[in-house]
Design a protein around this ligand. Structure first.
Ligand code: C5P
Length: 415
């Protein structure tokens, strides 16, 4: 089915795509197609590792341009020097970004065409990392990735899932359309406004666990994917981010300070300790109730056949608490964003929630059982601001996160 492409952000823009070594390089061929069909010019640099996975011929045929591979090739240098190659692009995209290439970039090495072009550029750079989970989670890779984010590079992914090496975990390169969305995001907003440099953000994510006794707890099915992705996207735009995370199975996002907590009371205390902040995004699925008088020892059956009665008391509402802080003395974050997971009348309920809690924006989504949002990778959301409702298309959660981070940057840019 032919895809309808309404967005003209990429028409006439020039992308330099650097394909480094990794099995995910096959997805970069599709990325070239997607960029071309949106009207972008695509030039490619293929590293020696990248050329083990995709051929120069396929890259040249899809990009309709010569492929650049060799730093010391007289032919390439005479036609297009590496400085020109990097400067003529509007954006450099490294997809896949291998652990090795990121390590070189973080260290400022320039021993092949890709690393030289990346060192010589004065243009924004977007990384789409792809590698085995152990490599992604290795402290050296984390350190290099954080260095690159601190240097102002942007990133999309990696996602979780089945990896080509047969393992399951973080390290999967984002899908071509997710990378396209991240590119549109960067090129669609002037760089000077798409920044949150100097802004401080608090993000809540994941479920809370409310203890019944030392071994049992009340919880919910939140995965934390959306909240973690938002923390990463805000950090990607330069914000200093504190992520207050309930129990989850996700890796800590790079470039973000994470406070691991369990209960709603601990989440509130961690948020209050992280103040002052310019931005608060409450994406956590906080338990509405906790058990009154948590038992100090494991509760036992008493032989009567009667189950114990659990008395519940209401938890503090973190979103409402942050929203209702005093703006006049700077205690309240300038922009407080809540989430509304609804199963019916999504927009109506979300609008009244915005008013009731006193937050500025609500991101509303339909979590009815057949939607697959809880724990899934995609989300269909509506952004509810004062007097306006935007319906966003269904997008992967990390693309929703990038779009939200950009809107937040626009808010501060405009304000
Ligand atoms: O009231 P409801 O739970 O539907 O509201 C959802 C929004 O409120 C989310 O942004 C959630 O993070 C936030 N919330 C909170 N503290 C609570 C309950 C919800 O911050 N105790």
């Amino acid at each position: 089915m032919a895809e309808q492409i309404a967005d003209e952000t990429l028409a006439g823009r020039n992308i330099l795509l650097i394909i480094s070594g990794g099995i995910a390089a096959y997805k970069s061929l599709d990325l070239i197609r997607r960029l071309k069909e949106r009207g972008a010019g695509v030039r490619c640099v293929l590293t020696a590792g990248g050329a083990q996975f995709v051929t120069p011929l396929s890259v040249a045929a899809l990009s309709e341009e010569a492929v650049f591979q060799d730093l010391f090739s007289l032919k390439d240098e005479s036609e297009m020097g590496h400085i020109r190659l990097s400067r003529e692009a509007d954006l450099l995209v490294v997809a896949p970004a291998s652990a090795d290439l990121m390590a070189k970039m973080a260290a400022g090495l320039a021993d092949d065409l890709a690393s030289t072009v990346l060192l010589a550029t004065d243009k924004p750079v977007l990384l789409a990392p792809a590698m085995n989970t152990q490599m992604w989670e290795h402290p050296a890779t984390k350190r290099n990735f954080c260095t690159l984010l601190d240097d102002g590079l942007r990133a999309v992914g990696p996602g979780q899932g089945d990896l080509a090496c047969g393992e399951v975990g973080a390290g999967r390169m984002s899908e071509p359309l997710e990378i396209v969305a991240a590119i549109e995001n960067i090129l669609g907003t002037p760089l000077e406004t798409a920044t949150l440099k100097g802004r401080r953000a608090i993000v809540t994510s994941g479920p809370t666990y409310e203890a019944i006794d030392p071994v049992r707890y009340l919880a919910n099915r939140s995965s934390g994917k959306q909240g973690h992705a938002i923390a990463a996207a805000l950090a990607g735009l330069g914000a200093e981010v504190v992520l207050v995370a309930g129990p989850n199975n996700l890796p800590d996002p790079g470039g973000v300070s994470v406070r691991h907590i369990e209960s709603a009371a601990q989440m509130l205390a961690a948020c209050e300790a992280a103040l002052p902040a310019d931005i608060a995004v409450c994406a956590a699925a906080v338990a509405d109730w906790r058990v009154a008088g948590e038992a100090g020892q494991k509760m036992k059956k008493d032989g009567s056949g009667q189950p114990p009665a659990l008395k519940l008391v209401e938890n503090p509402d973190i979103l409402a608490t942050l929203s209702q802080l005093d703006q006049s003395n700077g205690s309240r974050p300038n922009l407080v964003v809540g989430f509304a997971a609804e199963t019916e009348m999504v927009i109506d309920h979300a609008q009244s929630k915005r008013a009731r809690k006193g937050c500025d924006w609500i991101v509303a989504n339909d979590v009815s059982a057949d939607g697959g949002v809880m724990g899934g990778d995609e989300n269909t959301v509506h952004l509810i601001t004062e007097g306006d409702v935007e319906n966003w298309p269904t997008m992967p959660k990390d693309v929703v996160a990038v779009a939200l981070a950009k809107r937040i940057a626009d808010h501060f840019g405009a304000g």
